[in-house]
Design a protein around this ligand. Structure first.
Ligand SMILES: Nc1ncnc2c1ncn2[C@@H]1O[C@H](COP(=O)(O)OP(=O)(O)OP(=O)(O)O)[C@@H](O)[C@H]1O
Length: 247
C-alpha cells in the first residue's frame, strides 16, 4: 500500500479548471518528483495534498487514512510537512529559534508571556539535533539573516523536518540557488532520503533526475506520465510535451 495516495483530484478557481484529474501515489522511503511546465498546477496540487486548498473532487489518503478536505494543521499533526516556494523564515531571530518555534512540543505548550523560547533545554537540544541533520548546528545561534541563500534553504527544510515528518513536500527547493548551493542541496537531500519520504516539485531537471526514484509529470491538469527518470528520458512524447530542456 502506498504511504500517500491521491486519486482523481480536481481543483478549479471559478471557471478555471487547474487540476482536472490528478492521481499519484508515493511509496514509503521514496523520493518522488513532480514536474511540468509553468502554470501546470504543481503548486496547486501541493496545496490540495497538504490541506491548504480543499479539492473539488477526488480522494487523498495518508497511511490508509482518508485525509481529503482536512485542514492543514490536522494534516500536519499526522506528520505531513511542507516547505513553500517563498522563503518563510523569521529573519530577526537566531537560526535555532526558527526550528524551536516549529517543534510540535513547543507548539503544544501554547503561548505564555513569561516563558522564553530557550528556557526548555530539552527543546533546545531537540532543535539542535534537527539543525545537525541539515548541517546548520554550528550556526544555531547566528542571526537567521546572516545565512547564505543556500543555508537559508537548508534552514527552511529544517523547519519542515522539526515535526519529524513521515513525508515531506518540498516546493522547488533549488529556486534562486546558484550551482554550488544546488550541489550542496543535492547532497543534503541524498542524506535526508535515508530517513524521510520526500515529494518535490522541481524545474531543475538535472537535479531532479539525479535524485528521485519516480516522477509524476503534470500537464493539462492531469498526470500525463508517471515513471522512473530513465524511462521518462526515453519517452520522446513526454520529452517533447513537458520536459522542454530534454527534448
Ligand atoms: N488561488 C488561486 N486563484 C486563482 N487561480 C489560481 C490560484 N492559485 C493558482 N491559480 C492558477 O492556477 C494555475 C496553476 O498555478 P500553479 O502555481 O499551481 O502552477 P505551477 O505548475 O506550480 O507553476 P510554476 O511552475 O510556475 O510555479 C495558474 O494559472 C494560476 O494562475
Amino acid at each position: 500500500m502506498a504511504l500517500f495516495e491521491a486519486t482523481h483530484i480536481q481543483k478549479r478557481f471559478g471557471a478555471r479548471v487547474v487540476l482536472e484529474n490528478v492521481s499519484l501515489s508515493v511509496e514509503a522511503g521514496e523520493v518522488h518528483g513532480i514536474m511540468g511546465p509553468n502554470g501546470a498546477g504543481k503548486t496547486t496540487c501541493f496545496n490540495v495534498l497538504t490541506g491548504h486548498y480543499a479539492p473539488d473532487g477526488g480522494r487523498i489518503t495518508f497511511d490508509g487514512q482518508d485525509i481529503t478536505g482536512l485542514k492543514p494543521h490536522r494534516i500536519a499533526r499526522l506528520r505531513v510537512s511542507r516547505s513553500f516556494q517563498i522563503m518563510n523564515l523569521f529573519d530577526d531571530t537566531v537560526v535555532i529559534e526558527n526550528v524551536i518555534l516549529a517543534l510540535p512540543r513547543f507548539r503544544a505548550m501554547g503561548f505564555h508571556p513569561g516563558r522564553g523560547v530557550f528556557d526548555d533545554t530539552d527543546l533546545v537540544a531537540e532543535a539542535l539535533s534537527v539543525l545537525a541533520e541539515v548541517d546548520l548546528d554550528a550556526h544555531a545561534w547566528d542571526k537567521a539573516q546572516s545565512l547564505s541563500y543556500g543555508q537559508r534553504r537548508a534552514l527552511e527544510i529544517a523547519v519542515a523536518l522539526a515535526a519529524r515528518p513521515r513525508i515531506v513536500f518540498l516546493d522547488e527547493p533549488t529556486s534562486g540557488l546558484g550551482a554550488e548551493a544546488t550541489r550542496a542541496l543535492a547532497e543534503l537531500i541524498r542524506r535526508l532520503r535515508q530517513r524521510y519520504t520526500i515529494v518535490m516539485i522541481e524545474h531543475d531537471m538535472a537535479f531532479l533526475f539525479d535524485l528521485v526514484d519516480r516522477i509524476s509529470v503534470i500537464h493539462w491538469g492531469q498526470v500525463i506520465a508517471h515513471d522512473t527518470p530513465a524511462a521518462l528520458k526515453a519517452n520522446k512524447w513526454v520529452a517533447r510535451s513537458a520536459l522542454g530542456e530534454l527534448a
